[in-house]
Design a protein. Sequence first.
Length: 382
Amino acid sequence: MKVPFVDFNAWGEEYSKRLQDTVSQVISEGAFIGGPHIGAFEKEFARYCGVDYCIGTGNGTDAIFIALRAFGIGPGDEVITAANSFIASAEAITMTGAKVVFADCSPDTGTINVSDLEKRLTPRTKAIIPVHLYGLPADMTPIVELAHSKGIRVIEDAAQAHGATYQGRTVGSLADIACFSFYPAKNLGAFGDGGCIVTNDSTLAAWMRMFANHGRTLKYDHEFEGTNSRLDTIQAAVLNEKLQYLDEWNESRRQAAKLYRHALTETNLPLFTEPEDRQSVYHLFVTRVPDRERVRAALSEAGIDTGIHYPVALPDLTAYKYLETSPDDFRVARSYAREVLSLPIYPGISSDQIEYVVYQLSTIVRGLRQPRTEFTVQWIEP
Ligand SMILES: *Cc1c(COP(=O)(O)O)cnc(C)c1O
């Protein structure tokens, strides 16, 4: 049996046809930047997140950069984010000229560890960017309380968590600003790059919209210098169509995760927990294994594709060597980087596929636990 890591076509012919029609429609309308598709999607997505404003951007990295700039963050400031994430969470901080400060993750959920985060605060800390990693919301209430008590801003990195909930509220509405990515493989993905920023603050929203569009007020009147980071019209039209399926897709991912959890029980492989007050949308389904490269190779031989998110903790990337973090720091994130293994998950994955993955994985891991049994010397009493 073949189990791909993701399968964009698992959702059927009819749906593909609808998306092709949507793209054709935009082409025949002949407007590719701005226009009613953008406004329609922004309005729908803001409503989906339970906030007032949504601003489309060119990608998720820019969304975080623009949010930080909206708070006036730049050189001399510090911004804290998770040591275990995709580089974009940290890169956007450096793009403003501010300093990246990493915090370790919690051993149980894998999201940013609030007490470790607290230790990293300095008078220069201007913002915190918790990451809703793998689709699970970070522990937002204590983070927002801590930050706001010190006048620090909180920006959700919700790139992996469209539709996830925390204490009954949808991500995007849990802090000052939230940023999403519509990279194709995300839970809500475009046919290329895309992203957005959501907020309830009308002043910030107006500034961010202008900044993302060259600081422009009228076509050739610019109040300040911004950047060019807009959501394309074709992508907005596609996303608006896909948004109607998002809850169904997330539910399909949650069902798959439930099956995995149940089937994996006997293997005793560690899994990240999903606390009672949070609903993950399982952008990824991640376990941890010993001897990862051997496990991956054996799974691949059995037709199963896997991923690693992420093989190197951010402080250990060559790009962040200059921070000279202590080798004793970020113990959890660093050990997870060596062990994490992402199993196939996507809307429409079948229960047969999941059972096959678990069957193969448990056989492989059992083999690892009794390595080289053929060489074990048994002492036999004479
Ligand atoms: C994908 C992702 C981003 C960045 O999104 P792009 O659209 O690829 O720029 C940011 N943070 C996290 C955690 C991501 O997974």
